[in-house]
Ligand binder design. Structure first.
Ligand code: SAM
Length: 225
């Protein structure tokens, strides 16, 4: 198993489901789940909806096992994946709120992604915020700085790059990390892609763990540390 360690965290090339993570040890989990891998496979005829459902069921059970009693869990579900994620997370966590990332610099290419229908440029991505217990961490002052003192569940932010690894913008991840992670605890991204969360946490002096299964993606991400 390859891994990279920094002062604050570790980027691990492994299957998240195979990693031994202590039960109830995680207080913040922020992740962008691999729904595109499944939609593409289904469209190409070499995947099916039950594989996706099984993935979400296993993920929810594992999140339940490793998260503590006051955990925050933030999941970029994609529009397509949202309903299934809500259905299978619901027995274990409370949906606190739905957040929306409003993409202020959408790529024109988005218009082509769903070419079977006439559609509008997609400028939003949903993020489901789940909690457990009453004492979940919430640094609302951080979000207010970006919203003229208000506290809104729409976060306006631009895409950072045209990377083929669909990396999320550093600013957006920083906002989520700072708002939902107790600086004395560890934040986990189990489906980490190129490790955007780790880069943000290293700068913010927050302890982190990022897990990425795909070796090529991991090697690409490793260049960032
Ligand atoms: C939507 S991408 C995450 C992109 C990330 N937000 C970034 O900024 O780079 C989801 C990632 O999960 C990875 N993945 C899928 N199944 C996994 C598993 N069982 N364990 C670890 N990583 C997995 C995929 O290879 C993919 O890179």
């Amino acid at each position: 198993m390859k891994q990279i360690k920094t002062n604050y965290g570790q980027y691990i090339n492994a299957n998240f489901f195979d990693l031994p993570i202590a039960p109830h040890s995680i207080s913040t989990l922020i992740t962008d789940i691999p729904y595109l891998d499944y939609t593409k496979a289904i469209r190409n005829g070499n995947g099916n909806l039950s594989e996706w459902t099984e993935f979400v069921v296993s993920m929810s059970k594992k999140f339940n096992e490793i998260c503590n009693e006051n955990a925050n869990v933030l999941i970029f579900t994609g529009m397509w994946g949202e309903s299934i994620v809500l259905k299978y997370m619901e027995p274990f966590f409370d949906l606190k709120q739905k957040l929306i990332w409003e993409i202020t610099n959408p790529r024109p290419i988005d218009m082509l992604q769903n070419h079977r229908m006439k559609n509008m440029l997609n400028v939003i991505e949903p993020i489901s915020w789940f909690v457990r217990g009453k004492d979940y961490y919430f640094n609302d002052a951080y979000i207010r700085k970006f919203q003229n003192g208000r506290l809104l569940n729409v976060i306006k932010c631009g895409r950072s790059s045209n990377s083929p690894y669909s990396s999320k913008p550093l600013m957006l991840i920083e906002l989520l990390v700072q708002t939902f992670t107790d600086p004395n605890k560890v934040v986990l991204d189990p489906f980490a892609g190129v490790g955007t969360l780790g880069r943000v946490c290293d700068k913010a002096d927050i302890n982190w763990v990022c897990v990425e299964k795909n070796e090529k993606t991991f090697n690409e991400g490793a260049k960032n540390f």
